[in-house]
Design a protein around this ligand. Structure first.
Ligand code: NAP
Length: 334
C-alpha cells in the first residue's frame, strides 16, 4: 500500500467577512476530525447540500473552515476497528459528514466506524459515487412508495427535478422497476435525453409554477418523488390520485409549501418526508445492498461529469444556479 503523505489536497470553504472563501488547500492528517477509520478518498460526488455548504446563507456548514463533500467512497488505509481491514473499499455519507466535520472533497477523510460500511458487491467505487446521497435518497423514496403499495402498472409516477441528482436517479430506478415515469423539468433541453432514457412524458416546470393553483385538480399521478419543493410540491399534492403518496426530500426551489388541507382530507393523499442524513447504519447498509440489486438505477453513470477538486467551484455554482444535469463526480484517488 502507498505510504500516507504528510500533506494532501483538500477543497476548503471558509467564512471570511460575511462571505465564503473556497479553494484547494494543503492539509495534514492532524486537521482531520477523530474517528476509527482513515480513508483514502477515491471518489466523491457533488450534491445540492454541498453547494449550500459553500455559501454564506446556506445553513449547512456548521464549522469553518469546512471540507465539504457529504459523499465519501474510498479505501481504508488505517483503522482502529477490526471490521475494516486496510484495503477495504468503503462508502460513508450522512450524519455530520461534510456538515460539522470534514467530508469527501479531500484526498483523505477520517470517519467513525459506525458511520461507514463496505462497498456492496456489484457496485464499482465509481458506481457508488454516481449514486451518492442523491441516489440513496432516490432509492429510499421509491422504496417507501412501494412499501405503501405502489406497483408497476398502477399508473404514471411523477418525478420532479428530473434532470438533477435525486430526480434523475429516482426516474432511473422507477424505470428499471417497470413504472410509467413522467418527468418534470425546468430545462427544455433535457427533455430529449429524458425521453431517450424511457420516460413516458415531460412536464415543463414553468407550466406548473404558472398554474392557477386550485386546491384540487384532476387526479393524475399514482405516486410522485419530489425534490424541488416550493415550485412543484403544491402542484403534486393537488394532482395525486385518491390515496396516492409523494415522497418529498428537497427544497431546490425553496422551502415554502403553499397548500390547503384538501388533498389530505378529501383524497387521503399522503406526504411522506424523506431524511437521508440520520438513517441508522444497518438500514443504510441494507438499502445500499438493494441499490446494487433490485433498486439498481437503469443506465447508471451515463449522465456523469468527472471533475477534480479544482473543478468544484464551477460545479457548485451550476447547481446553485439550477443548471445542473446529472451528477458531477469528483475523482480524487480513484
Ligand atoms: N432529504 C434528504 O435527505 C435529501 C437528500 C438528498 C438531497 N436532498 C435535497 O433534494 C434536492 C435536490 O438535491 P440534488 O442533489 O438532486 O440537487 P441537483 O442535482 O442540483 O438537482 C436539483 C434539481 O432541482 C431542479 N430545480 C428546480 N428549481 C431549482 C432551483 N431554483 N435551483 C436549483 N435547482 C432547481 C433542477 O431540475 P430540473 O431543471 O430538471 O427541474 C435541478 O437539477 C435539494 O434540495 C437537496 O437538498 C435532500
Amino acid at each position: 500500500m502507498t505510504a500516507i503523505p504528510d500533506r494532501f489536497d483538500a477543497f476548503v470553504a471558509e467564512k471570511v467577512d460575511g462571505g465564503v472563501e473556497r479553494g484547494v488547500r494543503s492539509l495534514s492528517l492532524d486537521d482531520l476530525p477523530p474517528g476509527e477509520v482513515l480513508v483514502r478518498v477515491d471518489w466523491s460526488g457533488v450534491n445540492y447540500k454541498d453547494a449550500l455548504a459553500t455559501i454564506p446563507d446556506g445553513r449547512v456548514a456548521r464549522i469553518s473552515p469546512l471540507v465539504p463533500g457529504i459523499d465519501i467512497v474510498g479505501t481504508v488505509v488505517a483503522s482502529e476497528d477490526a471490521a475494516f481491514a486496510n484495503g477495504t473499499q468503503v462508502v460513508a455519507h450522512g450524519y455530520e459528514i461534510g456538515v460539522s466535520r470534514h467530508g469527501g472533497f479531500a484526498a483523505y477523510a477520517r470517519v467513525p466506524a459506525g458511520w461507514t460500511f463496505a462497498l456492496p458487491a456489484g457496485l464499482s467505487p465509481r458506481d457508488a459515487a454516481a449514486i451518492g446521497t442523491a441516489g440513496y435518497t432516490a432509492a429510499a423514496s421509491v422504496a417507501v412508495l412501494e412499501e405503501r403499495g405502489l406497483r408497476p402498472g398502477d399508473g404514471p409516477v411523477l418525478v420532479t427535478g428530473a434532470s438533477g441528482g435525486v430526480g434523475g436517479i429516482a426516474s432511473r430506478i422507477l424505470l428499471a422497476r417497470g413504472h410509467e415515469v413522467w418527468a418534470m423539468t425546468g430545462k427544455p433541453a433535457a427533455a430529449e435525453r429524458l425521453r431517450a432514457r424511457g420516460v413516458a412524458g415531460i412536464l415543463p416546470r414553468d407550466a406548473v409554477v404558472a398554474g392557477e393553483g386550485r386546491p384540487l385538480e384532476t387526479e393524475r399521478w399514482a405516486g410522485a418523488v419530489d425534490c424541488v419543493g416550493a415550485a412543484t410540491l403544491p402542484y403534486v399534492l393537488r394532482t395525486l390520485r385518491r390515496g396516492a403518496a409523494v415522497a418529498a426530500s428537497g427544497n431546490a426551489s425553496g422551502p415554502a409549501l403553499a397548500t390547503t388541507v384538501f388533498p389530505f382530507i378529501l383524497r387521503g393523499v399522503a406526504l411522506l418526508g424523506m431524511d437521508s442524513s440520520m438513517v441508522p447504519i444497518d438500514e443504510r447498509r441494507a438499502l445500499w445492498g438493494r441499490l446494487a440489486t433490485d433498486l439498481r438505477p437503469a443506465s447508471l453513470g451515463d449522465d456523469v461529469t468527472e471533475i477534480g477538486l479544482e473543478g468544484l467551484p464551477g460545479a457548485l455554482d451550476a447547481i446553485l444556479g439550477g443548471r445542473a444535469e446529472g451528477r458531477w463526480l469528483v475523482r480524487i484517488g480513484g
